[in-house]
Design a protein around this ligand. Structure first.
Ligand SMILES: Nc1ncnc2c1ncn2[C@@H]1O[C@H](COP(=O)(O)OP(=O)(O)OP(=O)(O)O)[C@@H](O)[C@H]1O
Length: 348
């Protein structure tokens, strides 16, 4: 659906050249929800703006729905852009127009009659869950409602692609979830391909199928969200993942020598991570029964990503030395990642 091939984009400002995007190639499938994550300045916005040619790449090619975007005439490009909707962090609504006026705006010159436009706008407002707000002005709406208006406007020309540039970054966590649910719903209902730029791994975890991680203008890692979460290859990816999990807090507790992490002789602290999709058995209760050991859970953080559990548990294990060894071997055999964080067996 979207093919970016060797895209680079340089900006020259104040006599300096900024290499905002450097040799990025990405392929995004039809109907996919694709995340692009990176810190501020990584080049995410520039890359996504190359998809609809709001930025013209310095080099490389952009193909959307079979059309080589850089080869289109100005007229053809205007037509092609209508099939690529876009929403932004700050909504970019026209304050002097009503919700109706904002959503109807892209339909001017579409050849539809006044009645057809009214009918379409009302259908779109219903679709995004604000059917009763047609006559309101943007300043009378909450952030979540404003983003719903922006989404309705972006859908006015029945696009095949929706680009979302930090679309939930100005929203509180609950509203963020509601907007992400709406995007997922539109993706399923309309088959629309969604590209999401974010600096929040929680957004990626919530709805994306695949993700690309950007750093200094380059894509440093990409893959299915589950695989990237389960086995991050780059340090930057790990740091993003840790922001969504409390399982790393154990290191802080050890550093502080918290009472929670004091061990009796023979005990150990382990971090158990789900790193394969096939972990479905109740493994903690199974190992404690099977090997007659006790697992005292300190933290647990398990989320469902792409219909599979991911995350893990930090626990203190106590029991017979040999039984603990066998239990760990059993967990590893069941595809659980086992890291020993602190070990009081050594002093036995
Ligand atoms: N029009 C421009 N002129 C000059 N430099 C630019 C321009 N647009 C972006 N840049 C620079 O390109 C780099 C990448 O910016 P970009 O906005 O794409 O990053 P980002 O990952 O989207 O970050 P943010 O989330 O902060 O927007 C930055 O160093 C930025 O300053």
């Amino acid at each position: 659906m979207i093919e970016l091939t060797h895209i680079s984009k340089n900006f020259v400002s104040g006599g300096r050249t900024v290499h905002a995007v450097q040799d990025v190639s990405l392929s995004i499938g039809k109907g996919e929800i694709f995340g692009i994550i990176g810190f501020s300045g990584a080049g995410k916005s520039t890359l996504v703006r190359c998809i609809n040619l709001l930025e013209r790449p310095t080099s490389g090619s952009v193909t959307v729905d079979g059309k080589e975007m850089t080869a289109l005439s100005a007229r053809e490009l205007r037509q092609a852009r209508k099939k690529i909707g876009m929403i932004f962090q700050h909504f970019n609504l026209m304050p002097s127009r009503t919700v109706f006026g904002n959503v109807a705006y892209p339909l001017r010159g579409s050849g539809l009659s006044r009645e057809q436009i009214a009918d379409k706008v009302h259908r779109l407002l219903e679709l995004v869950g604000i059917g009763d707000k047609a006559e309101a002005y943007p300043k009378q709406l909450s952030g979540g409602q404003k983003q719903r208006v922006a989404i309705a406007r972006a859908l006015a020309n029945d696009p095949n692609v929706l680009l979302c540039d930090e679309a939930t970054s100005a929203l509180d966590p609950q509203t963020t979830k509601a907007i992400l649910r709406l995007l997922k719903n539109l993706n399923e209902k309309l088959g629309i391909t969604v590209v999401i730029i974010t600096h929040e791994m929680a957004v990626v975890k919530e709805i994306c199928d695949r993700v690309a991680v950007m750093e200094h203008g380059r894509v440093v890692e990409q893959g299915e969200v589950f695989n990237v979460f389960a086995d991050p290859r780059q340090e930057i990816t790990r740091s993003f993942i840790h922001t969504t999990s409390n399982l790393r807090k154990i290191e802080e507790l050890i550093e502080e020598d918290s009472p929670v992490v004091q061990l009796k002789p023979g005990e150990l602290i382990v971090r158990l991570s789900y790193i394969q999709r096939n972990v479905s058995e109740p493994l903690i209760s199974t190992v404690s029964r099977k090997f007659d050991i006790v697992l005292n859970i300190i933290f647990s953080d398990i989320a469902i990503v792409q219909n599979a559990p991911i995350g893990g548990t930090v626990a203190i294990i106590s029991g017979e030395r040999e039984q603990i060894t066998q239990a760990i071997a059993y967990l590893i055999e069941k595809n659980v990642g086992v890291e020993v964080i602190r070990d009081a067996r050594i002093s036995e």
